[in-house]
Design a protein around this ligand. Structure first.
Ligand SMILES: [Zn+2]
Length: 215
């Protein structure tokens, strides 16, 4: 094994240890909570585990994004408008609200002196939208809900089902931004269902309420 390969596998091992330590820590937290609440009902246990799952998701996501940022090439990227080499302006932090919870990411910021434009290459490579805290998936989920429910109710469903905190005003903004795109998706979904015709369940709401009864 050459030295580079040795370093590579060492980094892999460190990375795996890091991710495993997140899992170990969170499992220990849940166990400690359970021991401290021996009379907890299913409802409370379910909530404690859901919260733990959310913390796990947030931290794993944070770690994976930090690794991406750490391994990006150091050479300054070029401006997509004018082609000039971008100037490195230090790191900036942002929040991403996603279906996994709230994540803080730190990434390099560049500036084009010609175009007077700022660029976050990591955000672009991840497909994150500038000046909006929400992940693409969260925006899709929210826009689907606000197309069917009043904003306040959509926000409640997101919180209860996914532990996702989105304010009614944010859900409104997401609905406005994604509304047209969603309308088109819904129309084609409905057309497909009409085409499926008699095979479908009469009056059933699409994709929802398909729970299989136990008996
Ligand atoms: Zn430029």
């Amino acid at each position: 094994m050459c030295q580079d390969e040795g370093m590579q596998s060492l980094r892999e091992a460190e990375r795996e240890a890091g991710l495993e330590s997140i899992a170990t820590e969170i499992v220990a937290e849940v166990q400690a909570w359970s021991k401290a609440h021996p009379e907890a009902k299913w409802e409370e246990l379910e909530e404690a585990v859901l919260k733990a799952r959310q913390r796990f998701g947030e931290r794993v996501l944070e770690r994976l994004v930090a690794e991406r940022e750490a391994t990006r090439p150091v050479v300054g990227p070029r401006c997509s408008q004018c082609g000039a080499e971008l100037q490195y302006k230090g790191q900036k932090t942002r929040y991403v609200v996603s279906s996994l919870g709230e994540t803080t990411i730190t990434r390099r910021y560049y500036h084009c002196a010609n175009c007077k434009e700022g660029v976050f290459p990591l955000d672009e490579s991840l497909g994150l939208i500038a000046r909006r805290p929400w992940s693409p998936r969260l925006q899709r989920l929210t826009s689907k809900l606000v197309a069917r429910l009043p904003y306040a109710e959509a926000v409640e469903v997101l919180a209860e089902v996914g532990g996702i905190r989105v304010s009614p005003s944010s859900s409104w903004r997401i609905g406005q931004t994604w509304g047209q795109r969603l309308q088109a998706e819904l129309a084609s979904e409905e057309a497909e269902q009409r085409a499926a015709g008699a095979a479908g369940t009469p009056g059933g709401s699409p994709g929802w309420g398909n729970d299989v009864p136990l008996e």
